[in-house]
Design a protein around this ligand. Structure first.
Ligand SMILES: [Zn+2]
Length: 304
């Protein structure tokens, strides 16, 4: 980490000019084991963060309102599997720089489970908590991401599409997922085939929510209570009624919380645990944009 002489270390929270590269403007990956995905920008980029940073409550206190815990959303780590996925692929060098920045700036990655324990007052949060999530189970998350996380003593939360595992293609194997889970990383469900929960029929949705959860649990040996909406649906373009229906399906299937798709910086509200906000990390994003996306200290002024 480059040190700016005389800089006030971590003293200043700054916000960069928002480029629109973060927040909205998704398109997700819609990965398929055999069908090439097409990136479709379905929403304009957001104008900026939805909320300002908030104070954390005292350790061990049940949380009753939104809490300031940024949840980062990664997809591929390392080279993209195909040119269309450039925007989803964070290079190994950039990922390493981002993790060094978080480390030097005093952030502590936590799991979703610890966030929910904090919601319930069962666990304290570190001073600067952050959650690192990785969607779709891309192989590079294991090959390039996992060693860098370990180097910093960081945990990640991985959203697995169970039908892609051990199916060939650019996705992880069960052996790799089990190894990461054993090392303390958290596994979440991202359905069995990356279905769009806004448009598929209920029977299919319920089957995928249930089977993907059970499949991961059978491999890692413990509960999988957290879920990531594929392409953010039905919370990107679905109706309020459809959103309520899907949340009920998640409850019925035994999930305790779920993550939205790149809504940007925002508080995590225990009153809406199935609508937690995430900050998208795009390929090619420089460290200043990354820091700005979480209102972190100036990367030029952090020291470690
Ligand atoms: Zn996905």
């Amino acid at each position: 980490m480059i040190i700016a002489a005389g800089a006030l270390v971590g003293a200043t929270v700054f916000a960069l000019a928002w480029t629109g590269a973060i927040g909205g403007g998704d398109g997700d990956d819609s990965p398929g084991a055999t069908t090439p995905a097409v990136i479709v920008i379905t929403q304009p980029p957001s104008a900026g963060p939805t909320t300002a940073p908030r104070e954390s409550p005292p350790p061990g206190t049940p949380i009753t309102g939104p809490i300031d815990v940024p949840i980062m959303m990664y997809h591929l780590i390392g080279p993209p599997d195909r040119p269309e996925n450039d925007a989803l692929a964070v290079s190994e060098a950039d990922f390493s720089a981002q993790m060094s920045y978080l480390d030097c700036a005093g952030y502590t990655p936590i799991t979703m489970q610890r966030l929910f324990d904090a919601f319930d007052g069962k666990a304290a949060l570190p001073e600067k908590p952050i959650i690192l999530t990785f969607d779709d189970g891309w192989a590079g998350q294991y090959t390039y991401g996992f060693p860098i996380l370990k180097q910093h003593g960081f945990v990640g939360s991985f959203a697995i599409v169970t039908g892609f595992v051990d199916a060939g293609g650019p996705y992880m194997t069960w052996a790799q997922i089990e190894e990461m889970a054993q090392a303390g990383d958290e596994m979440m469900s991202h359905t069995a085939t990356h279905i769009d929960l806004g448009t598929t029929d209920d029977a299919t949705d319920i089957e995928q929510l249930t089977s993907s959860k059970a499949d991961i649990e059978a491999h890692i040996g413990h509960d999988v209570p957290y879920f990531v909406y594929p392409a953010g649906e039905p919370f990107r373009s679905g109706t309020a009624q459809r959103q309520a229906e899907v949340v009920q399906m998640l409850r019925d299937a035994g999930y305790k919380g779920a993550l939205l798709d790149g809504t940007g910086y925002g508080g995590q509200d225990p009153a809406t645990p199935y609508e937690l906000n995430r900050v998208r990390v795009s390929g090619g994003e420089d460290i200043y944009t990354y820091a700005g996306s979480i209102y972190g200290p100036d990367p030029g002024g952090v020291e470690c």
